[in-house]
Design a protein around this ligand. Sequence first.
Ligand code: UD1
Length: 417
Amino acid sequence: MDKIIIEGGVPLEGEVTISGAKNAALPVLSACLLTGGWHTLDNIPNVKDVRTIEEILSNLGVVLEENGQTLKVNSDNLNSYSAPYKLVKTMRASILVLGPLLSRLGKARISLPGGCAIGARPIDLHLKGLSSMGVDINLEHGDVVASTDKLRGANIFFDISTVTGTENLMMAAVKAEGKTTLHNAAEEPEVVDLARMLSQMGARIQGAGTDTITIIGVKELYPVRYAIIPDRIEAGTFLTAAAITKGKVNIKGCNVDHMEAVIEKLLDSGMEIEKRGEGLVAIGHDKIKGVDTKTMPFPGFPTDMQAQFTALMCIANGWSMIRETVFENRFMYVGELKRMGADIEINGSQALVKGKRNLSGAQVMATDLRASASLVLAGLAAKGQTEISRVYHLDRGYQDLDLKLSLLGSKIWREKY
Ligand code: UD1
């Protein structure tokens, strides 16, 4: 296993290019199951979660040809409808193949997903939506076993806004008979990206990016060439890295419209952010202000940036209150930040952070994907050496984070243990 070691205290300086969005790549790759022929996907990030969905697809008989960030995908010879536990257990988003398999084959067997340990994270809303579209669903030996004679359009009301739930139902609906309306749909940019790809394939979708999405089923879909959006969470992490190290970073290839809530909070904390073409110039200042934040579905402050922002607040002037409203157990990394000298008190879904002048390097352990990024940021700011173990969590969703940081001047490297 790898660990990351950081000698903190170096202000970041230079230019970084943002990779494709992991959370867009996973549904877009799953959508290739909907029809045969060669799809060509551009800007696919080289991260572990993408490798996992590729493995799930090739286990179903899909052929994948990789050439750098471009991936060719062909599902002409789909010869299985099941995603087994050994592949699904590490990634909750594996459930994204359920909707497309039902659309294409009328049946699917998917092991109940695992993934980041950040709460119970059920899939009841995916299953409820599918069952109102005419799918029989049973749970057998830890697997969701689903089948249908014909998918029928339905009126679906999500109790909670769910990103992968909205994506799964959208993919189930594109070839269903009649009209499907998704109410209280997720509005995240990754949902819009998938809708754009599906529309290019011939699907009839309206309202993606709002809370009501309407899909009229079509008879046929076609393979396409599609480039996915840049990763707004990676871009937000680099903005925060510039703030926490009081550096100056030119962040290229990001979509500023997807990042407004994060940019606003960082501006409130006292950093400078300037829009420049398809990118941002981020300048961190000595004085960081304590700012309260509450995570919300898009366009609110993303839960996937909560841990990174908390790391910044650890060295702010004064107090800040971070409220997590999306997941119930997303403060596990706080114990690790405390090992670095952070002063944080957790009360249910709230973290009260008392800013300090400095953090100090320590041995810490990553607990989930975004938590790992928060520890890296803390390590960049801390005095002395920080050693982060279990960085396989980081590799699930960040392409070359440590390499990109080292090109910006950080003293960061990997060692085996
Ligand atoms: C996606 C993102 C993840 C991000 C999250 C919230 C991907 C691959 N992952 O995860 O990075 O943190 O959105 O922005 O895109 N819920 C239910 N029942 C369901 C489904 C969800 O109760 O059937 C609850 C969840 O437990 C959670 C909330 O709804 O409390 C939102 O979860 P959801 O949007 O579904 O997250 P994911 O799609 O898994």
